[in-house]
Design a protein around this ligand. Structure first.
Ligand SMILES: C[S@@+](CC[C@H](N)C(=O)[O-])C[C@H]1O[C@@H](n2cnc3c(N)ncnc32)[C@H](O)[C@@H]1O
Length: 262
């Protein structure tokens, strides 16, 4: 493989594919598709969505699809040392699986990953490619093409600015918010964006005084849902909407911005 492109393809709305992403899609020879050994409903949806993008932008059907089986991670290691060992083993196995796939394609081919949203936001593809190159068995040029992230789809859908004037903003995950509470030192962040939510339990643990929320699920898709308002009043509606989206679409991806104002 001569070149690898990590193409950010937006977070669900096919109209949010950039011209750069479309021209990259038209130029590639091989698409790598990662098959998670533990597929979830949204993983299945994302896989179907990528196939649809390929059909739309590569009607010639000349683009080869190569599946990479993502190795399973040991999720029940013993203690901190066991955990670190398990993660190191998993990263090595993953780099090995990607390396084998890259080595098997034609030497002059251009390969690509269609990365959901933007490749720099809570996605491991860039790190895995760096690991593969560091191992030294295969070498190639690589490019990252930015995509419209779910974060920016959220702020656009709600027509809001992400942060207060000249103020910092924090990004975190539902699990970190539940485990660690509000990020940063007291007063450091008034605006916090939370992705990767398996449920909304992190919100139930927060003191809602002075907090507003801007929430969205399945942005850019026909099942998109939005809600915004003071946290205490809005949370029951968000919980109901989240269930409804999941029931009607069969999957749910959601994120939210929490804003603290005196
Ligand atoms: C693994 S991260 C990938 C983020 C992606 N790289 C991006 O730029 O948006 C997946 C998380 O992003 C958020 N997300 C992605 N797509 C979304 C969508 N269409 N609607 C709402 N949230 C979305 C959810 O919090 C989801 O759990």
């Amino acid at each position: 493989m001569r070149q690898l492109q990590l193409i950010g393809v937006g977070a669900g709305d096919p109209e949010q594919l950039t011209l750069q992403a479309i021209s990259a899609l038209r130029s590639i020879d091989v698409v790598f598709v990662v098959d998670k050994s533990d597929p979830g409903e949204s993983a299945d949806h994302l896989a179907r969505w990528r196939e649809e993008l390929l059909r739309r932008h590569r009607p010639d059907g000349d683009c080869q699809v190569v599946t990479i089986i993502d190795p399973r991670r040991n999720r029940a290691p013993h203690g901190q040392a066991g955990y670190e060992h398990a993660v190191r083993d998993w990263h090595a196995a993953r780099a090995g699986a990607y390396e084998d796939a890259f080595a098997a394609v034609a030497p002059d081919a251009t390969g690509a990953f269609l990365v959901w949203g933007d490749p720099s936001l809570y996605d491991s593809t860039i790190r895995i490619v760096q690991d593969v190159l560091a191992r030294g068995r295969v070498s190639f040029d690589w490019t990252v093409i930015p995509g419209v992230s779910s974060l920016h789809a959220l702020t656009a859908a709600h027509r809001i600015v992400l942060h207060g004037i000249g103020r910092p903003v924090a990004l975190t995950t539902g699990r970190r918010l539940a485990d660690d509470g509000w990020p940063g030192r007291p007063g450091e962040f008034d605006d916090v964006v939370v992705l990767l939510n398996s449920d909304l339990s992190a919100l139930e643990q927060l003191d809602p005084a002075g907090l507003t929320i801007h929430w969205a699920a399945n942005l850019g898709t026909p099942g998109q849902a939005l809600a915004a308002g003071p946290l205490s009043e809005t949370l029951p509606r968000i919980e109901a909407l989240r269930e409804q989206v999941k029931r009607e679409q069969g999957w749910v991806l959601d994120l939210y911005l929490l804003r603290r104002r005196p």
